[in-house]
Design a binder for this molecule. Structure first.
Ligand code: SF4
Ligand code: SF4
Length: 143
């Protein structure tokens, strides 16, 4: 909860989060209800991989108790990472991309051309903005 997650003690184990979860439909071992329950009922970090979450937030939309299981899974990622756990290579590449450019995804020549044709402004951060992004990444604990 210190990391901005919802309160797992509100969970009544109804399973609405899991029935909405698209990852659970293909990986039964990834189960947001059980993740929240592990914390709320047993005061234990779940043994499931929080990086499997697709970040769709459907679990939070469906939760009748306003537990916000999505936020709990994001906090779990931070806890795991801070305690020496590995983040997936794809996520670390994205962090590097954000550190270098301020953008989560690289702009391709095609997307730049589409933006030009649509008359959209150039994308990019000022040097002050980029410094701020790097400061936030550093304070968030990304090495
Ligand atoms: S945010 Fe994650 S846990 Fe929640 S429904 Fe989407 S994939 Fe499942
Ligand atoms: S939907 Fe909410 S109350 Fe129901 S099991 Fe998931 S987190 Fe708990």
């Amino acid at each position: 909860m210190k990391k901005g997650a919802g309160n797992p003690l509100r969970c009544m184990q109804c399973g609405s989060c899991t029935s909405a979860c698209p990852v659970n439909t293909i990986r039964e071992d990834f189960n947001p209800r059980r993740m929240v329950g592990s914390i709320a009922r047993f005061n234990r970090l779940p043994d499931q991989d929080p990086w499997l979450c697709s970040t769709c937030s459907l679990c939070t939309d469906r939760c009748p108790q306003a537990v916000n299981p999505f936020s709990i899974i994001m906090a779990l990622r931070a806890v795991v990472y801070e305690n020496g756990g590995e983040a997936p290579a794809g996520i670390l590449r994205m962090v590097e991309q954000v550190r270098e450019t301020g953008l989560a995804l690289p702009l391709t020549p095609e997307s730049l051309e589409r933006r030009r044709l649509l008359g959209l402004p150039e994308v990019g951060l000022s040097s002050e903005g980029l410094s701020e992004v790097r400061r936030i990444l550093s304070e968030a604990g990304f090495k």
